[in-house]
Design a protein around this ligand. Sequence first.
Ligand SMILES: Cc1ncc(COP(=O)(O)O)c(C=O)c1O
Length: 540
Amino acid sequence: MVKDNPKQQLVANRETLERIFHRPENDQSRVVLTKYMEQILFGLHDFLREHVGITEEISLRLLASRFTSSDIDRSPVKKLADVISEIIEEIAPHAVNVSSPYFVGHMTSAIPFFMVHLSTIVAALNQNPVKLETSKVVSVYERQVLAKVHRLLFGLDQEFYDTHVQKPESTLGSFVEDGTLANLTALWVARNRLFSPLSGCAGVEQEGLAAAMQARGIRRVRVLVSELCHYSIRKAAGVLGLGNKAVVPIPVDHSNRMDVQALRRVVEEMHRDKETVVLAVVGIAGTTETGAVDPLHAIADLCSEHRIHFHVDAAWGGPVLLSQRYAGLLEGIQRADSVTIDGHKQFYLPMSCGMVFFKNPEAMDAVAYHAAYINRPGSVDLGIRSLAGSRSATSLVLGSALDIMGSGGYALLIDHGIETARAFAEEIRRRPMFELVTAPELNILTYRIAPGQWRASSGTDEDQSLDMLNRINIRLQRLQREAGNSFVSRTTLRRFGQPDTVVLRAVIMNPRTTPEILRSILDEQETIYLERIAPSLPRQ
Ligand SMILES: Cc1ncc(COP(=O)(O)O)c(C=O)c1O
C-alpha cells in the first residue's frame, strides 16, 4: 500500500478541488490507478481470482470491528492512491468472488469483462434519464432498448413498435433499481388502474386506498401468487398499503408450479364475494428457490376470463426467451399485462438493473407525475412514468451488451446453464449419498445429502429423520462455505402439505462452471460429511 508521508498534511482547498475535477492528483496516484485499472480492464477475471474473496479465516465480527468510526474528518485523510490500494488490498480480499466457477449458489455470478468498460463510460457521462435536459440522446436510446426487450417478451407486430418506440405518450417499460422495485411498479400500476378515478373519488393515488376502496364498496384487495414467490411481492403489498396479508399464497404442484385448479377455486370464491377484489395474479417464470416456471397460459386464461391483471415475475427467467432451444419453457409470457426482468441476473449486467414492461403502452399513465421544472406533460422526460427519480443510464449497458452478444451469444449462456444443471441433476441421482429434491426446469436445482441410515425409508421415524437430515445439510453447507473452495446456497422449502425441508441450492449461470467442477463440489461435500459430520452423529 502507498504510505502517506505523515508530515504531509492533506488539505481541502480550492486548488486540490480544481484538480480532482480534472485528473489524478499526482504521478503516484496515476501509477496506482493505472496499474489496477489496467488489470481490471484487460484481465478482469484474473484480477478477481487474484484479489477477491481469497478467504482468509477472518470473522465478520473482526471485520466489523475495523469499521466502527462514524466521524467524517474535516481534512482529507487519504490520497486517491491510498484509497485505491486499500480497496483492492484490504477490502476486496474479504469480498466474495462471485465470478468463480465454483460459486454456484446465488443469482449473482461472473459478468463479461466489457460490462466494466461500459459501466465506466456510463459513470463518466453521468447522464440522468429522469429528464431530457440531463440525458437527451440517452432518453431516446433507452426507449429503443426498452422496445427491444418488450418485443422479446410480447412479440407484437412491427407496426406496434414503429408507432410506440419513440412516441412520447407511450411507455413500453421502465428501468428501476432491481427486481423488487420492478414488481412493486407492476403492482402499483395494477392498483391504480383498478382503483382509477370515478365520480366522487379521484382514484387511489390521490385519495389513498381506504377512500378508493370505500368508493367501490370493496373491503378486501388480494394478490394471488404461488407459495414459492419472491418476498418482494409481499413487500410491494406492504408499500402499496394492501398489507402483506393481501398476498394469498397458492399451493404448488409436485413440479413446484402454481396449481391452477387451486388458483381457480380461490379466484372464483373471491369473485362470488362482491366485497373482495383480486388486484393481480402473479405468475413466476423462474422461482427463486427452484427455478420453476408457473403454467403461464393457464393463468392467462383465468385472468382474461375474470379480467384480472396478469403480472409475470420473470426477474430470473426472462432472458431464456433469447434461446431458440428453450424459449418454449416460458410459453404464455406474451399474454401477461406486465413483466419483471432483472438485467443483473441473466442478462449478465453488473449491479443493478431492474426492468418492468407493460403490454399496453398507456398502462403507466396510471402512475404519471409532473412537476413544474421537469417532467412536463408531453415531454420525453422518462421520469414522468417511473418509480425512480434520478438514476443511472443503465440502458447504455444493456443496449450495448445486446449488440455485442446478440441473441445468439446470450443463447449460448442460457443453454449452457440449463444443460449443465441437467447434467448436474443426473450426477446427483447417480450418487447414493445424495437426493435430488427439485429437478432443474431452468438452471436451478435443489438437492441434499441424505446418507442411507438417515432416510426415513430405512426404518427411521419420519420426523426424526427429516430433522436430522435438515441439521446435517445446514452444517454441511456452512462447513463448505467456510472452507472457501466452493459455494452452494441453502434454503428451506416450505410447501403446503409438506414438511419443511432444508436443501442445498445450485444456480448454474457461470459459463465456466463445468460438470467436472460440479462433481468436485459433490466430492467435497461427501468428504466434509464423512470426515467432519458423520463422526459426531449418534449411531443409527
Ligand atoms: C423471481 C424473483 N423475483 C424478484 C426478485 C428480486 O430481485 P432483486 O433482488 O433484483 O430485487 C428475485 C431475486 O432473487 C427473484 O428471484
